[in-house]
Design a protein around this ligand. Structure first.
Ligand code: S3P
Length: 436
């Protein structure tokens, strides 16, 4: 067994160069393995993310009686048990660090005939679950949680009914929990969103032969149909590619090709924002992979200038804000972010964590309840804490590539939740980065 470093030392390396393949998409991997488990027949998943989050979901499904083979890295053969075939678990189901795993599974498990308990690590145990508990209760589900926080104690055997529900916050996780419960509901489940969010559950339900109608901001499905096994090819995760897109933009002399990156429009807000800041990102070899648009991204160094991030892009780049803070810290002038309060309830409070770390490195950051203003400058060396948040750790590894000194990044082991192999790939591309 390899032990993961708990800290990184990051500093400028060489210009970033080469052709990279980043791992499979986390959101798509979660959905693929869940729907394959519920389908009639055997599905093969290629490009499955070998991260701790998605492996936790696979282990939970195995604990519910689903046979899942892993004949090679990134491959899963899932022997679906049918929508009514899950078996009662023998122990609490551990979602690890994964908010997506817990929220989606809460919808699925609320509809089963048996009881179950969903638990998570320290970070997940602080994340709000009332946002799924409340609408699932409207469907007839019974879930108990102290102060709306994990663990979730799910009382099975409740008949569910379809609802017509408008999400109070833009959240693909909440939408997906309701759609998964909707598979079992009497009548139609109709979800409207204040702003369209990633539509992977809708696309994948359709790919598994389920009758669902959806468009930007709305999804409608009847309960009571079955899922037909199908093979899924998971595209490369845009959110993982984002760290390399920003790093290649920031480091003079860089030119990187990121191959076949998933470019679902609900994920690519960062591309719009970086281009508006002056980035040079070209798309080539556009194709469709497993029903998702993909393309190679060629990123060359370009100087950035600060902007006001247009609100319309915020939900489409919600996971990319840590690395946008890094880009803004190295840009000329100020970058203003508004309308991003959701960042406060991610794996860490990402506004506070990024602001604190950047200030330690000499950058002026003014925090607001739903965003921040970051004034670009020369980053100094120093020691920062990622608070165990994978995307914060990787964002500071990127920022450090432009620093005037060494940056020590604390508590980085959770990078394995979404991007196993980041350190090795980053070093191969030219990052100055090593475990400590
Ligand atoms: C995800 C939705 C987003 C995102 C998360 C993955 C998903 O969360 O931040 O990393 O797979 O549905 P919210 O639904 O909380 O916005």
């Amino acid at each position: 067994m390899t032990t993961l470093p708990n800290d990184w030392i990051a500093a400028p390396g060489t210009p970033l160069f080469g052709t990279l393949d980043v791992p499979g998409d986390k959101s798509v991997s979660h959905r693929a393995i869940m729907l394959a488990a519920l389908a009639d027949g055997v599905s093969r998943i290629d490009g499955f993310l070998e991260g701790e989050d998605t492996r936790a979901t696979a282990a939970i499904l195995a604990g519910l009686g689903v046979r899942i083979e892993a004949p090679g890295a990134g491959v899963r053969i899932v022997h679906g048990v049918g929508v009514d075939g899950l078996q009662p678990p023998r122990a609490p189901l551990d979602c690890g660090n994964a908010g997506t795993g817990m929220r989606l599974l809460s919808g699925l498990l609320a509809a089963q005939r048996f009881d179950s308990v969903l638990t998570g690590d320290t970070s997940l145990s602080k994340r709000p679950m009332q946002r799924v508990i409340e609408p699932l209760a409207l469907m007839g589900a019974r879930i108990e949680a102290d102060d709306g926080l994990p663990p979730l104690r799910i009382n099975g055997g409740q008949p569910l009914r379809g609802i017509d529900y408008t999400l109070p916050v833009a959240s693909a996780q909440v939408k997906s929990a309701l759609l998964l419960a909707g598979l079992y509901a009497d009548g139609e489940t109709r979800i409207s969103e204040p702003h369209p969010t990633r539509d992977y559950t809708e696309r994948m339900l359709a790919a598994f032969g389920y009758p669902i109608a959806f468009g930007p901001g709305e999804a409608v499905m009847p309960g009571g149909h079955r899922l037909r096994a199908t093979d899924v090819r998971v595209p490369a995760d845009f959110s993982s590619a984002a760290f390399f897109i920003v790093a290649a933009t920031l480091v003079p002399g860089s030119e990187l090709r990121l191959r076949a990156v998933g470019l679902n429009p609900r994920r690519t807000g960062l591309l719009h924002v970086l281009r508006a800041m002056g980035a040079d990102i070209v798309e080539e070899n556009a194709a469709e992979q497993g029903g998702e648009p993909v393309a190679d991204l060629i990123v060359r160094h370009a100087p950035l200038h600060g902007i006001e991030v247009p609100f319309e892009h915020v939900p489409d780049m919600i996971d990319e804000f840590p690395v946008l803070f890094a880009a803004a810290a190295c840009a000329d002038g100020a970058t203003t972010i508004q309308g991003a309060a959701e960042l406060r309830v991610k794996e860490s409070d990402r506004i506070a964590t990024m602001a604190a770390g950047l200030r330690t490195l000499g950058i002026e950051v003014a925090e607001t309840p739903d965003g921040a203003q970051i004034r670009g400058d020369l980053l100094q060396g120093g020691a920062i804490d990622s608070h165990g948040d994978h995307r914060i750790a990787m964002a500071f590894a990127v920022a450090a590539q432009c620093a005037d000194g060494e940056v020590r990044i604390g508590d980085v082991a959770n990078v394995a939740t979404s991007f196993p192999g980041f350190e090795r790939l980053a070093r191969a591309a030219g990052f100055g980065l090593c475990g400590a």
